[in-house]
Design a protein around this ligand. Structure first.
Ligand code: ADP
Ligand code: MG
Length: 413
């Protein structure tokens, strides 16, 4: 049975059932008002229910599941973790640990990220010392489970962040195997901005009934503050269109999403020739490169991040003003998550997609999914920024031939 939820008004974080110690930690983190999902989610979790929390991107779902855990936390001499948070990517594991460090009421709570690309022995040593909360990706967690360097028999508090992703085909078996190792008598929480009904039904098998399903603004899949538009452009002119868009928009920071690693690498290499502060982010990079790039991006040192969906989910970077879909994502869900890297916690954002003429169907599927029409805009006018980049004046009566122009334009930027 699924119980629906009414959100009661509360002043600040008081009234959610959090103790003064946790409220002090929240104040120290600088959070003044709980978001809608935090208001609805925290009391239900504290009441002991298994909860599915669905709320738009950038609305504070991480704190919604971390705070009740901190509230519950008890000192123990035990070395085995009592809480587990599963996430789809290494970068998200790091970020959740950072949010945990920000919100933890004291430093006795031991939190450890566990993900691949790192030496096992370092992680094993940390685990031996004792850990309360593990935040990790499925693959590396399974490695530890198979070596018994990690055991989950004490796990009481289990969270699947980006839950629909965790239950899709790529991860489903791993998740099954991990959940088998956790006690049945545990509390399970799922969070995501998207949750297809069939995935939810599957996930429910791992939860205790009655499951509380909280859905904030179910009809508004994407946040209003993100200005969404698309530009129709032939495949061969997409790179030129990208240059025009970034020249017009002058993003503070942006992610340029490509569907494949090779595409991301190609665009990154080209863009490096014309712009400073460009980096690529995809699964073929070495782990230390991935970490360096994310750190530099979070610090605002990188302006243009050309990436695959590896940073499509969960990543929270203050300075991101623009999302550009160089390629349309295959799944409408991914569109929601990608553009949700901007417009976070009430801030403004811009999302521009480059759509090939034959991709009309995909675009319509996305629009159906988000219950919203995306505005079409024209390719930014080449002349509009000629004075800024000092490209020679083109004769006005010549029809633009984008391919040729783009090459000339590219060389000059
Ligand atoms: P989501 O998981 O819903 O996409 P996050 O948990 O990543 O969102 O939170 C988005 C941003 O908002 C983070 O930078 C987080 O630190 C911040 N945040 C979370 N809760 C609050 C709050 N109540 N007030 C202000 N900022 C918050
Ligand atoms: Mg999140």
């Amino acid at each position: 049975m699924t119980a629906s939820t009414v959100v009661e008004p509360v002043a600040g974080f008081h009234g959610l059932g959090l103790s003064q110690t946790i409220l002090d930690a929240v104040t120290k983190a600088g959070y003044k008002k709980p978001s809608s999902i935090q208001k609805a989610f925290i009391p239900r979790v504290l009441a002991g229910s298994d909860v599915m929390g669905q709320a738009q991107t950038g609305t504070g779902k991480t704190a919604a599941y971390l705070l009740p855990y901190f509230e519950r936390w008890q000192p123990s001499a035990d070395r085995d973790p009592t809480a587990l948070i599963l996430v789809p990517t290494r970068e998200l594991a790091t970020q959740v640990c950072e949010e945990a460090a920000k919100l933890a009421p004291h430093d006795r709570i031991r939190v450890l990220p566990i993900y691949g690309g790192k030496r096992m022995d370092g992680q094993v040593q940390a685990l031996r010392k004792g850990i309360d909360l593990v935040v990790g990706t499925p693959g590396r967690i399974l490695d530890h489970l198979s070596r018994s360097t990690l055991v989950f028999h004490k796990v009481q508090y289990l969270v699947l962040d980006e839950a629909d992703r965790m239950f899709d085909l790529g991860f489903r078996d791993d998740i099954r195997r991990i959940l088998k190792q956790c006690p049945d008598a545990r509390q399970t929480m799922l969070l995501s901005a998207t949750m297809p009904p069939d995935v939810l039904n599957l996930a429910k098998r791992y939860m205790r009934k009655p499951i509380v399903h909280i859905q904030i603004a179910p009809k508004k899949v994407t946040v209003e503050k993100i200005r969404q538009s698309y530009i129709t452009v032939d495949k061969e002119n997409k790179y030129d269109a990208l240059l025009r868009v970034i020249e017009r928009e002058q993003p503070r920071q942006c992610i340029i999403f490509c569907e494949r690693k090779i595409g991301a690498h190609r665009i990154y290499t080209k863009l490096c020739g014309e712009r400073k502060r460009v980096a690529a982010m995809h699964g073929d990079l070495e782990q230390n490169q991935r970490e360096r790039i994310m750190k530099a991006f979070k610090e605002g040192k990188i302006v243009y991040l050309v990436a695959t969906d590896v940073v499509g989910r969960g990543i929270d970077v203050m300075g991101i003003s623009h999302i550009i879909n160089f390629d349309l994502p295959m799944d409408p869900e991914n569109y929601v998550h990608r553009i949700g890297r901007t417009g976070r916690m009430g801030k403004d954002g811009v999302a521009i997609s480059l759509v090939e003429p034959e991709e009309g169907k995909e675009l319509t599927r996305i629009e159906d999914f988000i219950n919203k029409l995306i505005t079409e805009e024209q390719l930014p006018d080449f002349e509009a920024f000629i004075p800024r980049v000092k490209v020679e004046q083109e004769p006005k009566d010549v029809k633009p031939v984008y391919g040729q122009r783009s090459r000339r334009y590219s060389q000059r930027l």
